[in-house]
Ligand binder design. Structure first.
Ligand code: ADP
Length: 427
């Protein structure tokens, strides 16, 4: 049977009586790249120590490739899991070559020394990590960054299928940082290794990881594919820090940057308001409104938006509820039902200045139903409907009807907050 690389079941650990990890349950598949992220004290190092049997759980079980860690000797564990430590002080001063060769210790018997295979592996790894250029130097003569490269090489010499990185690149300059991340990435992609990393630099982590696990106060806050769990709301909750999440235009990968301007709004006002607002989305017109309302602490939802639409991307990044539809497809009955459900649950519906075609005509019908049921509806009309109607007149006709049924008509998005806060007076 093909067991996962790591299986953690109901694991808890306390230092004296202070709980550091509580009831962890997760699986890490073989041949994956997972980053563990969380603030200081979240329990990351404790977890690394548990996975490498430096400490044993107070409660629960840990399995490495299907074997209970309790039943494995330290040599057996070392053949399965290698930890690249943060700390590069080794407490002895052998040559670089000898130091790396020591990584082969789980394979050496007490009576026989290294075999030719061990030397071959070490040669290969020294080339891979570019430590061969100083192989005869003494370890203590190396710079901090060079030491770290040797420690990484020593760990790789262990040849284990699971490699745990405990902030391994913190002493390396940017070139070597990237070089080593590329190396770990190729061990994962080409050699089928499982890489589990703790990184301080969240951007470095997300460039390479397939999945991320957010740890908060000794528990898993969330764990999943980067695109599913990396959003502003989760980072806010785990790190208590507001960020902007963008997409690198060259690589298409996400990146995180601090968002100092919004820190105040996001933190303070969030709990004070409980007004739910549903914004009809599409074509990117809803994005500024979603962002503004979310920053001001309203509970926001949006729909129906086609996949690949900027508004959907915005909703995902803000971590708000949305209803989506396949790209370039008309709104399905099922999506419409979910959208109407969100509208029913909201206090206000906003219709941004969007274009209408046959594909999204149901969004306008949903607004009509909202106003019929007595819901407050705000319409942003910065351009005449006749310029935005691609249905041959049906959308314009319904739109005008909705207007006379008593919607608030605003000329621009800038007026929205004022109207929400001051009602009709704010118009
Ligand atoms: P992280 O690596 O995420 O910063 P740690 O695993 O080091 O978190 O710490 C988790 C919790 O356990 C913290 O509250 C920390 O103070 C405590 N802790 C860590 N190591 C020890 C220790 N050796 N003795 C007592 N408490 C510890």
């Amino acid at each position: 049977m093909d067991y996962p690389a790591i299986n953690v079941k109901n694991v808890s650990f306390s230092y004296n009586s202070n709980p550091a990890l509580q009831n962890l349950n997760f699986t890490i598949e073989r041949n994956s790249f997972v980053s563990i992220l969380g603030p200081n004290g979240a329990g990351k190092s404790t977890l690394v120590n548990l996975l490498s049997k430096v400490i044993l759980p107070d409660k629960g079980e840990i399995f490495i490739e299907g074997k209970n860690i309790k039943e494995l000797t330290h040599n057996e564990i070392a053949k399965k899991v290698a930890v690249v430590p943060q700390n590069t002080s080794l407490g002895f001063n052998f040559s670089v070559y000898e130091t790396i060769l020591m990584g082969r210790y789980p394979y050496l018997s007490r009576f026989k020394g290294e075999k030719p295979e061990d030397y071959n592996i070490v040669d290969e790894i020294m080339e891979l990590t570019r430590t061969d250029i100083f192989k005869d130097k003494k370890y203590n003569e190396l710079s901090g960054g060079e030491k770290q490269r040797v420690v990484i090489a020593q760990t790789l010499a262990q040849g284990s299928p699971v490699i745990i990185l405990d902030e391994p690149t913190s002493h390396l300059d940017i070139n070597f940082q990237i070089e080593f991340m590329e190396l770990f990435n190729s061990l994962y992609k080409k050699q089928g290794k499982t890489i589990i990393g703790i990184f301080h630099d969240i951007n470095l982590a997300i460039q390479y990881s397939e999945k991320i696990m957010f740890l908060k106060e000794g528990s898993i806050y969330c764990y999943g594919n980067v695109k599913d769990v990396l959003n502003r709301k989760n980072i806010m909750s785990v790190f208590k820090s507001d960020v902007y999440i963008g997409k690198n235009p060259f690589t298409g990968k996400l990146y995180v940057s601090p968002n100092f301007n919004l820190r105040y709004n996001f933190g303070k006002e969030k709990n004070e308001k409980e007004i739910k607002i549903h914004v009809i989305g599409g074509g990117g017109s809803a994005s500024p409104i979603l962002n503004m309302l979310n920053n001001s602490g309203y509970i926001v939802s949006t729909g129906v938006i086609n996949n690949l639409d900027t508004d959907l991307y915005t909703a995902e990044q803000l971590g708000i509820t949305f209803v989506n539809e396949a790209p370039f497809s008309p709104i399905s009955r099922e999506a419409q039902t979910r959208n109407v459900e969100l509208i029913k649950n909201s206090d206000v519906v906003i219709l941004p200045c969007i274009e209408f075609g046959n594909g999204n005509f149901l969004n306008l019908i949903a607004v009509d139903e909202a106003i019929n049921s007595g819901k407050k509806v705000i319409i942003v009309e910065s351009a005449d409907i006749s310029l935005r109607d691609h249905t041959g007149g049906d959308a314009a006709k319904l739109y005008e009807k909705i207007k006379v049924k008593g919607a608030f008509i605003l000329k621009s998005n800038d007026e929205i907050l004022n109207v929400l806060q001051n009602g009709e007076k704010g118009k």
